[in-house]
Ligand binder design. Structure first.
Ligand SMILES: *[C@@H]1O[C@H](CO)[C@@H](O)[C@H](O)[C@H]1NC(C)=O
Length: 265
């Protein structure tokens, strides 16, 4: 291509934006000591949590699925930074996805990434600005022909891609653990059922002895946009569910809030 054509296609926004590629042997996050040489290829906050809600009342999402809470970057010691770049606190995420041709990601989010008050857009904006802007491997400098919000799309895509590989409800059901208003389960029953599928220990959270969140921890080789996620045990003691008597309540779908879907121009 001539330089005129390159200049023209850049002007028109035709040049394909993409994350710069990383070496296949890039150091795995949180598994290497010393200074990270390339923060686009080794995540600095490299202990990554895919967090999932179980909201039974108000209920969110399908009766037979957990829903997405977020994808959080923790430091290797379990502490974390938040709200790292207010200049990239994007709004109208639904419109951004539609305008960039990612209606498929949006419709998946509208089913599985639900706010308990029906305000999905605000919830996504919160998760992006608080956690998403902190990923070193999604920094705009990690892209060729970067266009604003490219890294947002990668964050959302990776979040739903990981979530699809972590079907908590199905994993529990296949171990005979199902939602019930009367039955109780031990912490070990739930933990072991999930651990046998995931390959590492998940974090269970409860409210008044009722299971309401599961978190899966990963390290990553390469970029969060397209790297290889590796299941790991959490750093330190986490989770607050009791050792026994845990309830997993069925969703009361009559309490599902109506979603406030916006419209894009
Ligand atoms: C989403 O991520 C997956 C896994 O990295 C990748 O195969 C797919 O191309 C991505 N989709 C988009 C729209 O970026």
């Amino acid at each position: 291509m001539s330089s005129t054509l390159i200049a023209l296609s850049t002007l028109l926004g035709l040049a394909a934006a993409s994350i710069k590629s990383c070496p296949a042997n890039a150091p795995i996050s949180c598994q290497t000591s010393g200074t990270i040489q390339n923060t686009c290829c080794t995540e600095v906050q490299g202990q990554i949590l895919q967090t999932q809600f179980w909201d039974s009342s108000p209920a969110t999402g399908p009766a037979n699925s957990f829903t997405i809470h977020g994808l959080w970057p923790d430091n290797c010691d379990g502490t974390y930074e938040a709200t790292c770049d207010s200049s990239r606190a994007y709004t109208d995420i639904d419109c951004i996805l539609q305008n960039k041709g990612h209606g498929d990601i949006l419709s998946y989010m509208e089913t599985y990434w639900k706010d308990y008050q029906g305000d999905d857009e605000s919830f996504w904006e919160h998760e992006w600005s608080k956690h998403g802007t902190c990923y070193s491997t999604l920094n705009p400098s990690c892209y060729t022909n970067y266009q604003p919000e490219d890294e947002l799309v990668d964050f959302l895509n990776t979040t739903i891609t990981l979530f699809k590989k972590l079907p908590t409800y199905d994993w529990l059901a296949s171990a005979g653990i199902t939602p019930s208003s009367s039955k109780t389960y031990t912490n070990a029953q739930i933990t072991n059922a999930l651990k046998s599928k995931f390959g590492a220990t998940p974090i269970l959270s409860c409210t008044s002895g009722k299971l309401n969140q599961v978190e899966y921890v990963f390290n990553v080789r390469g970029s969060v946009a397209n790297g290889q996620f590796i299941a790991v045990n959490p750093t330190g003691t986490k989770g607050n569910c009791p050792t026994s008597g845990i309830k997993w309540l069925p969703k009361d779908l009559s309490t599902t809030p109506e979603a406030n879907e916006g419209s894009c121009s």
